[in-house]
Design a protein around this ligand. Structure first.
Ligand code: SOE
Length: 407
């Protein structure tokens, strides 16, 4: 391996750490097709960014992301900032001819996501979105089994994403609770993962109907924050995003979906659970038990039928041969390591990576459709993605104010 990929990381909080760790571990445990060079990291506070650079082995620091994007010695701009900076930084990076790797959700809104896709397509640059759970080995195995037809025709996909870090009404108003910074709340932060996984497993959505709820409308304004923690001051401010979302969906393949994402599910810290039911069986992924996949197979002998627990820890499973001896489990950070590994390999091969900005935009369309449905109370249709040659989605039962989100 004599190629290098010179990384410019923007943002150094929770996701910045997850990505910085991933570049280093990917090179230690796998044989990526290019060697990552940690060229520069950018953050607003000189002291903080310098300390991060030292700890994670970056050669240099910037405090203005525009300078990082313009640097000639950077190949890939990795954006891990709050969502309101994604669009501006990604467009500038694409215009500077850089490859772009962006945290999810792609943008604050649909318009920004469209602009971002135009920028990477128009400038023909490599682009990738960090929906990291696609690279959790158990979810990757679920995808493989569905693609092989093990479940036959799919009837249901059931997604729940439960957290409880906002239960305390005095938890400060951090950026994830501000519409102008986050775009939306549990919808864009949590349900976006499920929408991405659902599209990957089953294909496109055809319509959605949802509800958004903000339980705690005011909180102490955060005076400092980072890594999902925050310190509040004496001023109070308005929460402008949803605390929870529920929505129903139909997919183009005829399956039905139901989704719930909340930050108010006491006792649930980070449960991202996806269940798929088909004519020949069911599969269940649960991030809180991410080394396992539950599988029910209707072809099993009747007296032995039941959910079996596949330990996704053997070398035959996706990504596992590079890790520990069989049975020695892996964790959350590995989903980022696998994602970064695949990003580097695709970039080095001049090949596309999935999920890319097209996928990011498709997810954003579903997010926008759920928001529109919550506002109107009606089902909202999603037009067939351009170039699929599919017929328009079937008409919804309730017809008030349907909006097409990818017209
Ligand atoms: C916080 O809710 C968060 O860290 C999300 O931002 C991540 O995308 C999700 O994977 C875990 O929860």
């Amino acid at each position: 391996m004599n190629r290098e990929i010179r990384i410019g990381l923007i943002g150094y909080q929770f996701m910045g750490r997850a990505h910085a760790n991933a570049y280093q571990q990917a090179a230690r445990f796998f044989d990526p097709k290019a060697r990552s060079v940690m060229k520069a990291v950018c953050g607003r506070h000189q002291d903080g960014v310098e300390a991060f650079a030292r700890r994670w082995g970056f050669e240099s620091c910037e405090t203005d992301w525009r300078r990082l994007v313009e640097r000639k010695d950077i190949d890939l701009v990795d954006i891990t900032t709050p969502n309101n900076l994604h669009a501006e930084a990604a467009v500038a990076a694409a215009e500077a001819g850089k490859a772009v790797f962006c945290e999810k959700p792609l943008a604050l809104n649909l318009e920004q996501a469209e602009t971002m896709l135009r920028a990477v397509s128009g400038n023909r640059v490599f682009n990738a979105v960090c929906f990291n759970y696609r690279r959790a080995p158990a979810l990757a195995l679920m995808k493989k089994l569905i693609a092989e037809g093990r479940l036959g025709r799919i009837y249901h996909l059931r997604g729940i994403y439960l957290q409880d870090w906002l239960l305390d009404p005095e938890f400060p108003l951090a950026w994830r609770m501000k519409k102008e910074v986050a775009g939306s709340g549990s919808l864009g932060d949590l349900a976006s993962h499920q929408i991405d996984a659902a599209r990957w497993l089953l294909g496109e959505f055809s319509e959605v109907c949802g509800r958004l709820q903000t339980f705690v409308k005011e909180r102490p304004v955060a005076t400092s924050e980072g890594n999902l923690a925050a310190v509040g001051g004496s001023k109070r401010g308005r929460v402008t995003v949803d605390d929870a979302v529920l929505f129903l969906a139909r997919f183009r393949n005829g399956a039905l979906g139901s989704f719930e994402a909340t930050r108010f599910a006491a006792g649930h810290k980070n449960q991202n659970r996806l269940e798929v039911n088909g004519e020949k069986g069911s599969l269940i992924f649960n991030l809180e038990r991410l080394n396992e996949l539950e599988y029910y197979n209707t072809d099993d002998p009747e007296e032995a039928r039941g959910f079996r627990l596949i330990q996704v820890t053997e070398p035959v499973h996706p990504y596992l041969s590079a890790w520990w001896p069989p049975g020695h489990i892996i964790g959350y950070e590995h989903t980022f390591i696998h994602t970064v590994l695949d990003v580097i390999n695709a970039w080095a091969a001049g090949a596309p990576f999935q999920p890319d900005f097209k996928d990011g935009l498709a997810c954003q369309r579903v997010l926008a459709a759920v928001s529109a449905s919550a506002a109107s109370g009606a089902w909202v249709k999603l037009a067939a993605p351009a170039g699929t040659g599919r017929r328009p989605a079937p008409k919804a039962e309730k017809e008030e104010g349907p909006k097409l989100f990818n017209a």
